[in-house]
Write a protein that binds this ligand. Structure first.
Ligand code: 5GP
Length: 147
């Protein structure tokens, strides 16, 4: 039997919902009918971006299988682009659920972090350089066009 654990209600005023509605700016990398990818403003690695569904859900706990599938399709696409764009040796994916699980923004998202051998991830919570982030978004967009 499948059980659905109770999660708090979705808050339509969360930061990522505002980014989706373009009420606050973001560096967009990719979008399709179901998902959006944009840059994280506190990047833990160069090229750190986030993939979200365009429809509301807090996280994996209340997402539909269709939302999860759409997000992961885009995660794979962007991860492959990140390998090319940054000459990465690998990609780390992070995904957190509810505050106790490490989640800070309550709209489902997957972190895509391009990785290089010997380069540790930076500490969380430090604002990145906006010009650098803009440049990384452009590199990702260019790589996506080649795939
Ligand atoms: P999590 O909820 O998985 O812990 O992380 C939320 C992520 O959102 C963090 O990596 C943080 O840097 C990022 N973030 C928080 N506020 C904003 C924002 O206003 N714009 C963007 N692009 N990213 C944000």
């Amino acid at each position: 039997m499948t059980t659905t654990p109770a999660t708090p209600a979705y808050d339509p005023d969360n930061i990522f919902a505002k980014i989706l509605r373009e009420e606050i700016p973001s560096f967009r990398v990719y979008e399709d009918d179901e998902t959006l990818c944009f840059m994280d403003i506190m990047p833990r690695a160069d090229g750190h971006c986030l993939v979200i569904p365009k429809t509301p859900c807090r996280n994996v706990l209340d997402a539909t299988p269709e939302q999860l599938a759409a997000v992961m399709r885009t995660v794979q696409k962007v991860s492959r682009a990140a390998m090319v764009a940054f000459g990465a040796g690998g990609v780390s994916l992070q995904q957190f659920n509810e505050a106790v699980g490490g989640q800070e923004v309550f709209h489902l998202h997957v972190h895509v972090l391009p990785r290089h051998a010997g380069t540790p991830m930076r500490a969380p919570g430090k604002m990145g350089d906006m010009d650098a982030i803009k440049g990384h978004a452009e590199q990702l967009r260019a790589a996506l066009e080649t795939l």
